[in-house]
Design a protein around this ligand. Structure first.
Ligand SMILES: Nc1ncnc2c1ncn2[C@@H]1O[C@H](COP(=O)(O)OP(=O)(O)OP(=O)(O)O)[C@@H](O)[C@H]1O
Ligand SMILES: O=C(O)C1=C[C@@H](O)[C@@H](O)[C@H](O)C1
Ligand SMILES: [Mg+2]
Length: 166
């Protein structure tokens, strides 16, 4: 079985790295945010503003559990680790890879992107607070940690391939 869950804060590159890894290994890639948007027929921002974060979180868990391919990459939303249920599920059903980046690097990457409802307003303050709140949850959930600051996508997928490819 080769089911890989990519976790990490918003902007650490889960979606981008997952796509590249899927090509390298020729296996399917599922992004929980994109799957949810497809099923709901509306954006994450609209789901948050219309039905609230609680609704989003319960749908997110359903999506996580609905992806059952033995060989695939699952790139998760930045808040997937918030629920203990999700952390345990990922750790027992695959290998969990944490992508890390510094707050400064995250702000550089997503500073001008307005598709993340939890970062509306003062982005620097929001990122810093959420990052500190969540750090230990990411660490708890992961089997493997990859630091991504200053690294290209190619370097990052090579590192993951060295650790998990066979
Ligand atoms: N290693 C990297 N170096 C430079 N830019 C990067 C790197 N990884 C990702 N990016 C850029 O950062 C932005 C965010 O990446 P991406 O959407 O993959 O993050 P994410 O972890 O999936 O975020 P979210 O949790 O919000 O879904 C994109 O513009 C992407 O091109
Ligand atoms: O970190 C988070 O809580 C989120 C990250 C995004 O991937 C989306 O799942 C949504 O914007 C929430
Ligand atoms: Mg993503």
């Amino acid at each position: 079985m080769k089911r890989i869950y990519l976790i990490g804060f918003m902007g650490t590159g889960k979606t981008t790295v997952g796509e590249a890894l899927g090509k390298l290994w020729s296996i399917p890639v599922y992004d929980t945010d994109k799957e949810l948007e497809k099923i709901e027929g509306r954006s994450i921002s609209t789901i948050f503003s219309t039905d609230g974060e609680g609704y989003f979180r319960s749908r997110e868990t359903e999506i996580l559990k609905a992806i059952t391919d033995n060989e695939c990459i699952i790139t998760t939303g930045g808040g997937m680790v918030l629920k203990e249920e999700n952390r345990t599920y990922m750790k027992t059903n695959g290998k969990v890879v944490l992508l890390k980046a510094s707050i400064e690097e995250i702000l550089n990457r997503i500073g001008n992107d307005h598709t993340r409802p939890l970062l509306e307003g003062d982005k620097k303050e929001k990122v810093s607070n959420l990052y500190l709140e969540r750090l230990s949850l990411y660490e708890q959930a992961a089997h493997i940690v990859i630091n991504t600051d200053g690294k290209t996508i190619q370097t990052i997928i090579n590192e993951i391939d060295k650790k998990l490819g066979d």
